[in-house]
Design a protein around this ligand. Structure first.
Ligand SMILES: C[S@@+](CC[C@H](N)C(=O)[O-])C[C@H]1O[C@@H](n2cnc3c(N)ncnc32)[C@H](O)[C@@H]1O
Length: 204
């Protein structure tokens, strides 16, 4: 089964509110985005956004250039349907992030919650960073939320690579300065607690 097939199956067989990563309030993401201090016309992309309500909160907050990328068209459809006319100006991008060819330098903020951690192969991790670098403009910021070193070893039935700021800094390279990090206990709809680690970087 390809990655795309896996995620299409998830998003066509499960209710968005029932998946383990669901959250009613993307509080950590919003706190880090607030700290990034962006103008309302900043270009923001939520990579692997799935059915997250983060895009709703961003549009409601007045951000006018918001994109959501996901490998699953079904995930994007859930989110677009939920948003209705509020999502008319959102750019919906159906693509595997690893093969995506972004317009160079377009984005001021790259946000990823629980997507990068599925990349367990160093070649894929490097490919992800290369796509991200291409997409980012000068002094852009990157927010990555992954399972922490004491977090789960699998997510959605797939193995993950758990991270802290040292492992993420090593992968991103010296051009990215770590500005902030935080730990989060995510409470799944099934009542489990998952340890996340978040980092916000700035491109020097
Ligand atoms: C664990 S979910 C997290 C969803 C969302 N970020 C959130 O926090 O609710 C992972 C998401 O990444 C998407 N995804 C997985 N691999 C991807 C890839 N290689 N490229 C783009 N999206 C991917 C999946 O379809 C899914 O929506």
């Amino acid at each position: 089964m390809t990655q795309r097939d896996h995620w299409q199956t998830v998003w066509t067989t499960k209710a968005p509110e029932a998946v383990s990563w669901h959250q009613d309030d993307p509080a950590a993401s919003l706190a880090l985005i607030r700290a990034a201090g962006l103008r309302r016309d900043a270009a923001i992309i939520d990579v692997g956004g799935g059915a997250s309500v983060l895009v709703d909160r961003l549009v409601e907050a007045g951000f006018i250039h918001v994109a959501v990328l996901d490998i699953s068209g079904a995930a994007l459809q859930h989110t677009a349907e939920r948003l209705g006319p509020l999502g008319d100006e959102v750019a919906w991008i159906e693509s595997d992030v690893l093969s995506w060819r972004p317009v160079p330098g377009l984005f001021d903020l790259w946000h990823d919650r629980a997507v990068f951690h599925f990349l367990t192969d160093p070649a894929q991790q490097a490919a992800y960073v290369a796509v991200m670098r291409r997409a980012l403009g000068p002094e852009a910021q990157v927010i990555l939320g992954t399972f922490a070193p004491d977090g789960p070893e699998r997510c959605s039935g797939l193995p993950v690579c758990r991270h802290d700021s040292a492992s993420l800094s090593a992968m991103l390279g010296p051009d990215f300065r770590l500005e902030e990090e935080l730990d989060e206990d995510h409470h799944t709809p099934g009542g489990m607690v998952q340890k996340f680690h978040w980092c916000r970087f700035r491109l020097d």
